[in-house]
Design a protein around this ligand. Structure first.
Ligand SMILES: NC(=O)c1ccc[n+]([C@@H]2O[C@H](COP(=O)([O-])OP(=O)(O)OC[C@H]3O[C@@H](n4cnc5c(N)ncnc54)[C@H](OP(=O)(O)O)[C@@H]3O)[C@@H](O)[C@H]2O)c1
Length: 366
């Protein structure tokens, strides 16, 4: 477990690291609620507490469906010199909407950075959009299974679209970071002959959870390998955290009632909201989660925290599976067997094909 005091000190050090260039730019998808929103608020708090003179400055893009004046107002109160922009998503399970939202982020960032005289860039991208879904298969008009489309394909497409800004480090001291809030512990079997689980026999909740999880890790690994020195990625399990997910997902009456009954009990073991936000923001820490082939300079707030072991069990390999307490999760032997067969690249190619087919206006049927 990385102690919360270390997390707080490291987050402040990153917010005030003048060598890493001004300002710190973050994008939080699913930033309007729950874990994403806590990460947004803690970023604002950390920079606000550092103060206008010491902070590098903060520019934050919040992506979500429900615009929240209250959230923007609270960010401005926490960090009066920060720039907070809400980018309206309609439905991030549709790649068409993902592309539109990303174009808006890129245009806004280009405009803001031009005014300030630095290249358009993104230091940290957090993706936390997702729903709970226990029902049968439902496909989007683009041919993707809806929960997979929100929590995997849509998230991967956001990284894909924002990659030029994520890898545009102003200095080598500031590589880009990506964190997906999900669950690497669900990694299990891959139905290799039916990656989209179109055969009803293959479409089980277990297989869907496993594909969601292992596709995420493998896509991240493929990106880490393709962007050495410039991009680090984390697949993060947040632990139990209070959120709106059981209310906003289209769960049946009984499932929602069960959540309401269980909620007070779950509170006992949940990660407090503030702590969750700080721990998610820490996933952008280069000294612990560096890109592949990145030379970490030891010392500072994280001097006692080892450089993370990557998903492939190699230290500092650029893609990390991280537990709620910011520790590296136990190495997954099953995933290792798939990796040895080249499945990370297979998943990357499958995902790119889905993007290409959908971008050409066709339905993905593979
Ligand atoms: N909370 C936990 O204990 C826990 C544990 C393990 C894993 N997770 C995972 O963590 C992630 C975040 O969950 P949370 O608990 O923070 O949930 P949450 O409070 O419901 O937040 C989910 C976010 O996703 C956005 N979203 C959902 N569907 C969307 C869509 N179709 N298009 C665009 N945005 C969409 C929501 O936007 P709007 O609010 O603007 O609609 C919201 O900002 C999920 O993937 C969840 O599975 C959560």
């Amino acid at each position: 477990m990385v102690a919360l005091s270390i997390i707080e000190a490291a987050n402040t050090a990153r917010a005030t690291d003048s060598a890493a260039g001004r300002p710190y730019v973050a994008v939080v998808a699913g930033g309007t609620s729950g874990i994403g929103m806590y990460a947004v608020q803690q970023l604002a708090r950390t920079h606000g507490q550092a103060g206008k003179t010491l902070s590098r400055g903060l520019r934050l893009y919040i992506l979500g469906r429900r615009a929240s004046d209250e959230l923007l107002q609270s960010c401005r109160e926490l960090c009066p010199f920060g720039q907070f922009t809400f980018v309206q998503a309609k439905d991030l399970s549709l790649m068409k909407d993902v592309d539109r939202v990303c174009e808006e982020v890129i245009a806004k960032e280009r405009e803001a950075s031009l005014k300030e005289g630095h290249p358009a860039k993104i230091d940290l991208l957090v993706e936390s959009q997702g729903i709970l879904h226990f029902g049968g298969r439902e496909d989007t008009p683009e041919g993707l299974e809806r929960p997979m489309a929100i929590a995997y394909y849509g998230r991967a497409r956001i990284v894909d679209r924002l990659l030029p800004l994520l890898t545009q480090s102003v200095t080598p001291a500031a590589p880009g970071h990506v964190a997906f809030v999900m669950n690497p512990q669900l990694e299990g079997n891959i139905v290799e002959a039916d990656l989209s689980l179109r055969n009803p026999k293959n479409f089980t909740l277990r297989n869907r959870g496993s594909h969601l999880s292992i596709f995420t890790t493998f896509y991240m690994e493929a990106l880490a390998a393709r962007n050495p020195g410039t991009l680090a990625l984390v697949h993060y399990y947040p632990g139990g955290v209070k959120s709106n997910i059981s209310e906003t997902s289209s769960l049946g009456f009984w499932m929602r009632a069960a959540f309401r009954v269980a909620m007070p009990l779950m509170r006992i073991t949940q990660v407090p909201e503030d702590e969750s936000g700080k721990r998610v923001d820490f996933l952008g820490e280069t000294s612990v989660y560096p890109p592949l082939n990145y030379k970490v300079t030891p010392g500072g707030a994280t001097a006692k925290v080892p450089v993370g072991k990557g998903a492939d069990n190699k230290t500092g390999s650029g893609c990390y599976r991280i537990n709620w307490d910011d520790d590296v999760l136990k190495f997954n032997d099953k995933a290792a067997a798939y990796r040895a067969k080249g499945m990370a690249d297979t998943i990357y190619q499958h995902t790119q094909r889905a993007f290409e087919v959908i971008a050409s206006g066709k339905k993905f049927t593979e």
